[in-house]
Design a protein around this ligand. Structure first.
Ligand SMILES: Nc1ncnc2c1ncn2[C@@H]1O[C@H](COP(=O)(O)OP(=O)(O)OP(=O)(O)O)[C@@H](O)[C@H]1O
Ligand SMILES: [Mg+2]
Length: 437
């Protein structure tokens, strides 16, 4: 009766808040809507169905009750078996779901609970359920109410931290951040229309507001990166231009090494502010275009030059403030001998929907083998959803914020004044930046 009173009171309070706060605000604040309505319902479902779900899925343990026997081992009095589900605490609210602590009974292991995730999801009407074992004898079950990776609105732009870009949202409800100081080089892979360029667009939108130089290589005729033309210090739209740009960057890295040596610094970040060169972010879309050749000697030479330069940037760039983002549909050794070596240097991995299982294995398999199946399960309807490495060494599903071409152009124009002067590009267009390599 007491529980019923508490539930009725809580429901009444939620209704009151709903009326007072206004329905419209609920629409724009899904987290508040969840705390006041969905959370309570799911918590009650969990508490009331827990024992039954455990019993049906063999997650309970049976204790033999006391029996009295008389000679010869004959049982003359007995009671039915006592079935006990593991103990749970009250489901705690998260931004879009619940978190439940479970104390395992002696003899139980997490395995069967991991497999029962789907059953919990159906019983609690949850979008997804994840079971982990943070400590021996304990489980933590997190369930989300709605699809956390549903299409949403990006948050209002903040000032931004240098070389950190918030590109979307993770399935855990947290921000999806690409941090170049933590992981300097990134590989973005996915089938056509899976969301690679959209992610790159969002990344550039974020970096455009920071004091960094952006250099683009887009061998799809510059169709994607040219949106940012006013903010880019250079844009190569074919392989010959790409070779020239990449080799210029490699030369600049040599000069930066000299500056570091002169000041006794082991990296660009140890240099005094007055002499520190501006960080460079090199963005490469459709990387396969740099490697594929018809077999002609000149093309082969260009492809080899691209491969060597990109590899050098990936190997030496971090300490010299040069960062690489490479996007492509495939990253297999069939593209050329340099691809495998480059892939090994790109520590940040993002895998969208893939057309063949090998691509997922190549992108995630060497760092996160268990993420491969998850990447393969991304459907064509989930454009923008990807599996990405986390800062703690694991992986998580995430979705990029959709940035329209109009928004991208707007950001590029607003931030055009931030294009830094790069003497090594030898441009003389009077605005302290450049247009094309
Ligand atoms: N995060 C997202 N949220 C919603 N829709 C998205 C998202 N990312 C991509 N899309 C949709 O998918 C379409 C294709 O995305 P995008 O051009 O980024 O794919 P791509 O992988 O670069 O494809 P291609 O290899 O053909 O260049 C976009 O036009 C957009 O409609
Ligand atoms: Mg693309």
């Amino acid at each position: 009766m007491d529980v019923l009173n508490v539930v009725i009171t809580l429901a009444g309070l939620c209704f009151l808040l709903w009326v007072l706060w206004g329905r419209d605000r609920f629409r724009v604040r899904p987290d508040v809507r969840w705390y006041l309505t969905g959370y309570l319902l799911m918590a009650l479902r969990v508490v009331f169905t827990w024992k039954r779900v455990c019993q049906i899925n063999d997650l309970s343990v049976s204790y033999r009750p006391n029996m009295r026997s008389i000679g010869g081992g004959f049982v003359v009095r007995g009671e039915s078996l006592r079935v006990s589900a593991p103990r749970i605490g009250w489901p705690m609210p998260t931004r879009d779901g619940i978190r439940l602590r479970v104390r395992l009974r002696p003899g139980q292991t997490p395995g069967p609970f991991l497999q029962a995730g789907e059953a919990f999801g159906h019983a609690w009407r949850a979008h997804s359920v994840r079971v982990t074992s943070p400590a021996r004898g304990w489980l933590e079950i997190t369930a989300t109410g709605g699809d956390p990776l549903g299409k949403g609105e990006p948050p209002a732009e903040g000032p931004g931290v240098l070389l950190r870009a918030e590109v979307g949202r993770m399935e855990t409800g947290k921000r999806w951040v690409i941090d170049f100081k933590l992981i300097p080089h990134w590989l973005i892979v996915g089938a056509t229309q899976s969301g690679k360029s959209t992610l790159m667009t969002r990344l550039v939108t974020e970096l455009a507001r920071q004091p960094v130089a952006l250099l683009g290589i887009d061998c799809k005729g510059g169709m994607e990166l040219s949106l940012f033309a006013p903010r880019l210090s250079a844009l190569a739209t074919n392989r010959s231009q790409a070779v020239a740009l990449l080799e210029t960057i490699v030369t600049e890295m040599g000069d930066r090494m000299g500056v570091c040596r002169q000041h006794g610094a082991r990296s660009l970040w140890e240099l005094p502010d007055s002499v520190r060169p501006v960080p460079l972010v090199v963005l490469v879309d459709e990387v396969a275009e740099l490697y594929l050749t018809t077999g002609a000697k000149s093309e082969k030479e260009e492809a080899a030059a691209c491969a060597t330069a990109m590899l050098r940037i990936a190997q030496l760039g971090r300490a010299l403030g040069v960062y690489l983002v490479v996007a492509g549909q495939r990253v297999g050794s069939d593209l050329g001998p340099g691809v495998t070596a480059l892939r090994a240097q790109l520590g940040g991995r993002i895998c969208h929907r893939v057309a063949d299982p090998q691509t997922a294995v190549m992108t995630l398999g060497d760092l996160n083998p268990d993420a491969v199946a998850v990447a393969q399960a991304i459907s064509p309807a989930e454009a923008g959803v990807a599996v990405t490495a986390t800062e703690t060494g694991g992986w998580v599903r995430a979705r990029s914020w959709l940035t329209t071409a109009e928004d991208a152009r707007g950001v590029a124009h607003q931030s055009a004044a931030l294009v830094p002067w790069l003497p090594f590009l030898h441009l003389d267009d009077g605005r302290g930046g450049g247009e094309a390599a």
